[in-house]
Write a protein that binds this ligand. Structure first.
Ligand code: SF4
Ligand code: SF4
Length: 148
């Protein structure tokens, strides 16, 4: 996901995403990268991404992802987005960028977490997001969304 300004660019439904940024603004602070995402960012030296996440290891201790090494990702049991300065949960995804009046993009689009890469709010099922602008445009409103 969450998000997904720009995620649409990765899908067959490539032109579906209108980059309104709503899914990222609603869900983006809750994204959880996979250990494989963390591994790749470590190998590629992406400290500017890693600094926004903390990982829980098998022994239950939490560590800043900037302090992990690549082999250490094998013992990760959970990853959470945290403010790098305060350690608090952020209110918005720090990678979301406004690039127009109503247009947003992901500043780490090429390297974003799998959760964002695979997010397809216009597909009925687990990731369905009825407020998605692409859905509105296509007129694919769920019958359940009209039930008060
Ligand atoms: S990482 Fe990118 S795609 Fe994912 S929630 Fe943040 S801005 Fe959206
Ligand atoms: S809510 Fe829909 S149209 Fe808006 S950014 Fe997300 S996927 Fe794209």
């Amino acid at each position: 996901m969450a998000g997904t300004p720009g995620t649409g660019e990765d899908h067959e439904d490539e032109d579906s995403c209108m980059q309104c940024g709503l899914c990222c603004r609603v869900f983006g602070n809750g994204i959880s990268p996979t250990p494989e995402n963390i591994y790749s960012w470590i190998v590629d030296g992406r400290t500017e991404i890693l600094r926004h996440f903390r990982a829980c290891r098998a022994d239950g201790t939490w560590i800043r992802c900037t302090e992990l090494d690549a082999p250490g990702t094998g013992s990760i049991t959970a990853v959470e987005m945290r403010d790098p300065e305060t350690g608090e949960y952020p209110t918005v995804c720090p990678f979301l960028r406004r690039v127009g009046k109503t247009r947003y993009t992901c500043s780490i689009h090429a390297d974003k977490p799998d959760m964002c890469r695979n997010y397809m709010p216009w597909v009925f099922g687990e990731t369905y997001f009825p407020r998605c602008r692409a859905l509105e445009k296509k007129g694919e409103v769920s019958p359940w969304s009209r039930i008060p």
